[in-house]
Design a protein around this ligand. Structure first.
Ligand code: C2O
Ligand code: CU
Length: 478
């Protein structure tokens, strides 16, 4: 199992986390949040939902009383929950009230290329004051999310994201038993405010990305949810962090893993020992059946110091029998044809503590000074950021095996647009469907996908600083 790197937290920030762990007055804080109402879902079907990207203020660290200057959709973080049925149409009007261009990407949705929201590849960035109309169908049920896709390291980092939930034909859980939980990792300053000053630090870009010192769920510090013992709940957990690989302590939550990155697992797994590692952009759906008198929590353990960031209060005595866990119906994805697959190699190089290797950027071979000036410290096959020619161009229907060789000293979270893929094990068996996969330092993995969605698709590291600093490429399906 992949281990995240230890936190490289600026030491003077540890005060915040310490206070959190020593929550003496925690009762007062959580009382106000107990049984918080989940954001009301928005049905886009039949109507157009407006998402306005705009600055707003929000308290990320309530104990300090300080408000943070953030950016969000409709002045909130996360943005409104969009909830539709499989196969339905989503219509969203983006209004840009930022002072820079933006766009919206629908992460994990196998979407029509022109609606994918990648500024500079699938659409022109939406200028300040401008609008863009998204209109697409959603082929797969599951847990997805949307986020800005222009200068994502800055825009997603400040809060421009929200949940996109696609229900199966028969919703398996009612709304009280279907909890949407978007986790985010924030870097707060001494006063408990969002630290905007350190955004874009070359140190972050060349190391693990921007790691924070505070976690929220649905934009809330230490939320508390009320669960009833003996009932089955579906937790839809998304990692919206710029760079943090969330490592969740399985003993504090328990349950059955039923979906990864939106796609139902063929065999759901009970987990009790393995750490649940969730890279940036990834989702897991977990079904929990709480036992009487045993509260559950989301507790992050990558720093070696357990950090509880959401609590589930369990009431009731519960029935003696565990309820049956509903089985999620799989989505109709195109199976790869391994017998006729073509292998494409991706070498990942650069970053701190690795051989830099040669880095080409916009046709120029970068020397040390140019690396510092451009911030391009990572490369895919020797090229930083989108090359002129695609990584591969595949006729529709071709199966591609991507051999990803991570020659860096860091883990990465590789994400495909427009397609889900499967990891190939050494004996060529296929892992579960995913749209984002963690690859450990100096590790090599192979993933496979059937190129079935025409267009130009991004393939990048979802550690957003890594993507900005070079870890971006693209492929084409014709
Ligand atoms: Cu979640 Cu290229 O994005
Ligand atoms: Cu990376």
């Amino acid at each position: 199992m992949l281990r995240a790197r230890r936190l490289s937290q600026p030491a003077d920030l540890s005060r915040l986390s310490r206070r959190a762990v020593l929550r003496g007055g925690a009762a007062a804080l959580s009382a106000g949040l107990a049984g918080i109402a989940l954001p009301r879902p928005v049905r886009a079907e039949g109507g157009v939902l407006t998402l306005t990207a705009e600055p707003f203020q929000h308290g990320l660290y309530p104990e300090s009383g300080a408000l943070s200057d953030l950016w969000g959709f409709n002045g909130q973080v996360p943005g409104p929950e969009i909830r539709v049925g499989r196969g339905e149409r989503v219509r969203v009007r983006l209004i840009n009230r930022l002072e820079e261009p933006t766009s919206i990407h629908w992460h994990g949705v196998r979407i029509a290329n022109g609606m994918d929201g990648v500024a500079g590849l699938t659409q022109e960035p939406v200028p300040p004051g401008g609008t863009f109309d998204y209109d697409f169908e959603v082929p797969d049920a599951g847990t997805y999310w949307y986020h800005a896709h222009a200068e994502s390291w800055n825009q997603v980092g400040r809060g421009l994201y929200g949940p996109l939930i696609i229900e199966g034909d028969t919703p398996e859980f009612d709304r009280d038993h279907d909890l949407v939980l978007i986790a985010d990792d924030w870097r707060l300053d001494q006063d408990g405010r969002f630290d905007a000053e350190s955004l874009g630090s070359l140190r972050d870009w060349s190391h693990a990305g921007r790691l924070g010192n505070w976690l929220t769920v649905n934009g809330i510090s230490n939320p508390e949810f009320d669960l009833v013992a003996g009932e089955a709940y579906r937790l839809r957990l998304t990692n919206a962090s710029n760079a943090r690989i969330l490592e969740i302590d399985p003993r504090r939550i328990g349950g059955t893993l039923v979906a990864l990155d939106g796609q139902p697992l063929a065999h759901s797994e009970d987990f009790d020992a393995d750490v649940l590692s969730l890279g940036p952009g990834q989702r897991i759906d977990v079904v929990v059946v709480p036992k009487p008198g045993r509260d559950l929590s989301l507790t992050e353990i990558s720093t070696g110091r357990p950090f509880e960031f959401a609590r589930f209060k369990v009431t009731g005595s519960g029935p003696a029998d565990r309820p049956a866990i509903p089985v999620l119906r799989p989505n109709a994805l195109t199976a790869p044809n391994l017998a006729e697959a073509r292998t494409v190699v991706l070498d990942m190089t650069g970053g701190a503590m690795g051989g830099m290797g040669e880095i080409r950027y916009r046709g120029e071979l970068l020397d040390r000074d140019a690396v510092m000036r451009t911030g391009q410290v990572w490369a895919f096959n020797g090229v930083a950021n989108r090359s002129e020619t695609p990584l591969f161009s595949a006729p529709r229907g071709e199966t591609i095996i991507l051999e990803i060789r991570n020659q860096t000293a860091w883990p990465h979270a590789m994400h495909t647009h427009g397609h889900h893929f499967q990891v190939l094990t050494s004996d060529d068996s296929l892992g579960p469907w995913r749209d984002t996969v963690l690859i450990g330092p100096r590790d090599t993995i192979r993933i496979t996908l059937a190129a079935d969605n025409p267009g130009k698709w991004l393939f990048h590291c979802h550690m957003l600083e890594h993507a900005a600093a070079g870890m971006n490429t693209w492929f084409e399906v014709t």
